[in-house]
Design a protein around this ligand. Structure first.
Ligand code: FAD
Ligand code: SIN
Length: 534
């Protein structure tokens, strides 16, 4: 077995991991693990862009307000402030490093996306923003001799010792061997959990391994009930659900039924540009009424040349499926896209375990509350990736959470090791803890997921299946506990937002046979949250 010690270990090479590694390179040797190829990540597929206040007539205060409004009352104000205030310098840095954002007549071209009050989304190569950013960061990492990029290494367990996190165990998927690397500074930047659901915009590697690793190690997770479903994933029978970027609606695309009738005006004054959770629920409601399997994006009013030039990725995808955006309505339906919750961190990526840090989609600073604003995720990876890198060079210290409120224990049933199919779990998660939830379904899911356990082997498929099961348990536990609807969490049996009882973050951590659940009240420092009107 490999017995290596490295000063800094980063798990994940998406925007958060890559940005952190660049920061750490100033201080010592860094190993960066990736589950698949170095460039395979959610970051690589990001389409719409990155939100940043660099446009004339915009300011961080407006970006802050928009983020807080979309977050449905429970954004952590301090985290949101850091995100929007540090965003501009981090994006300028990307430009200095060679990222080419699209320009018009020599000036950066900002677009609009849902629930932003200003045009503030920078994009690259039309709708290939993530690819451009990822290319820049990885190119820079590859040029540094103290950075080692280890692809096809799937982390399976954190090594926890007397000082806290002391390294990681992983499967080298090229030869199936189990290996360990020791390090006293480990960053989890493993991205989201979309691919634990059957219907998702995420690539297949996004099974939320980092959440499962953290749960097994005893770290505290928060807000795991808040899963964002992107309203417009292409819906074609038997095909993967590809994302059709929100920037299409930002540029004026309509949502309609099969007859071409627009419906968003019934749901929100911002119509197609309402916050994502509202648009997704509207599509579900409309399709229930019309009994169609999807709603539609209408792009027929655009000049076809504009669509081809501004959205080359989307355009070529549609033609690949014989859909002509100038003539056909495009079938869409919501799909799992992003998780607002994650491993609880302070503003510097520190988790509740000394030596373990988290950044990007796997972390939860609370900056996005119950519903993330469009294009704020790439920004989050940049800002908090860089901050984690800085903190990891500092002294070992854990961040202690001050818990307010009762602590509950949910005992899991006796579980039996079984050959459970990954596909089956994904279907259950989509059907029972998807866009609409209720108590009965959540309880059923918990007793099913609690009664089984995937075989423990060195096979990556079984390892990932067990991760999906653990993540499903944490999400269902949190969703059952939150007895209201807020942001992306919709309980059909508790349809109203309840600020009196639920201005709280639900925190979960697992002991051997039980989930401990506690909650932490949300502190409102300014900009009082509003009760949702729609
Ligand atoms: P990722 O980019 O997902 O990187 C995760 C890394 O962790 C990968 O390198 C992976 O190999 C590694 N990893 C995972 N598990 C393991 C393991 N067990 N062992 C070792 N390594 C592991 N956000 C925006 O702001 N703007 C957009 O326009 C936008 N468009 C999007 C479009 C699509 C199709 C999708 C799916 C998401 C989009 N998002 C967008 C969301 C955004 O892309 C992600 O939230 C963000 O890129 C996450 O970055 P990250 O670094 O946290 O994780
Ligand atoms: C999109 O392009 O619609 C995705 C943007 C995001 O996830 O913020």
């Amino acid at each position: 077995m490999l017995n290596k010690h490295v000063k800094f270990l980063v798990i994940g090479s998406g925007i958060a991991g890559a940005r952190a590694a660049l920061e750490l390179a100033q201080f010592g040797e860094v190993i960066v693990l990736s589950k698949s190829k170095t460039r395979e990540s959610n970051t690589e597929y990001a389409q719409g862009g990155i939100a940043v206040t660099l446009n004339k007539g915009d300011c961080t205060e407006l970006h802050y307000k928009d983020t807080i409004s979309a977050g449905a009352g429970i954004c952590d104000r301090k985290a949101t402030k850091v995100l929007v205030q540090e965003g501009p310098s981090k994006v300028r840095e990307l430009v200095d490093w060679g990222t080419k954002f699209d320009k018009i007549k020599g000036h950066l071209d900002f677009t609009l996306e849902a629930a932003h009050s200003r045009k503030r989304i920078l994009h690259a190569k039309g709708d290939a923003t993530g690819r451009e950013i990822s290319q820049t960061l990885i190119r820079r990492l590859k040029a540094l001799s103290n950075i080692h990029l280890w692809a096809h290494c799937c982390a399976t367990d954190l090594l926890i010792g007397s000082s806290g996190c002391e390294g990681v165990r992983f499967i080298d998927t090229k030869n199936g061997k189990i290996q360990e690397i020791r390090s006293n500074r480990v960053l989890l930047a493993t991205g989201g959990v979309g691919a634990a659901f059957q219907e998702t915009t995420n690539p297949s590697i996004a099974t939320g391994d980092g959440f499962a690793l953290a749960v097994k190690a005893g770290a505290i997770l928060s807000d795991m009930e808040f899963i964002q479903f992107h309203p417009t994933a292409l819906k074609l029978q038997g095909k993967r659900r590809f994302l059709l970027t929100e920037a299409l609606r930002g540029e004026g695309a309509y949502l309609c039924d099969a007859q071409g009738n627009r419906f968003m005006d019934k749901y929100h004054p911002l119509k197609e540009l309402a916050p994502r959770d509202i648009v997704s629920r509207a599509i579900v409601q409309e399709t229930r009424k019309t009994r169609d399997v999807s709603a539609f994006l209408d792009l027929r009013h655009f000049d076809p040349k504009f669509i081809e030039k501004r959205f080359p990725t989307v355009s070529s995808l549609l033609f690949q499926f014989n859909l002509d955006p100038g003539k056909n309505l495009i079938p869409v339906f919501p799909a799992a896209h992003y998780i607002m919750g994650g491993i609880v961190t302070d503003l510097w990526g520190r988790t509740s375990i000394p030596g373990l840090y988290a950044a990007g989609e796997v972390a939860c600073t609370g900056a996005h509350g119950a519903n993330r604003l469009a294009s704020n995720s790439l920004l989050d990876g940049l800002v908090f990736g860089a901050r984690s890198g800085q903190a990891m060079n500092g002294p070992l210290s854990k961040w202690s959470l001050k818990l307010v409120g009762k602590s509950h224990k949910t005992h899991l049933l006796e579980n039996t090791e079984t050959r459970v199919k990954k596909q089956h779990l994904k279907e259950i998660l989509t059907a029972k803890i998807g866009i609409l939830r209720n108590r009965e379904q959540l309880k059923e899911t918990l007793s099913f997921l609690g009664s089984i356990r995937a075989k423990k082997t060195c096979n990556i498929h079984e390892t990932v299946t067990e991760n999906i099961r653990l993540n499903g348990l944490v999400i269902a536990t949190s969703a059952l506990f939150r007895e209201e609807s807020r942001g992306a969490h919709t309980r059909t049996d508790m349809p109203d937002r309840d600020d009196e009882n639920w201005m709280k973050h639900i925190l979960v951590n697992k002991n051997d046979d039980a989930h401990d659940i506690s909650y932490q009240d949300v502190v409102i420092t300014e900009w009082e949250p509003q009760i949702r009107q729609y």
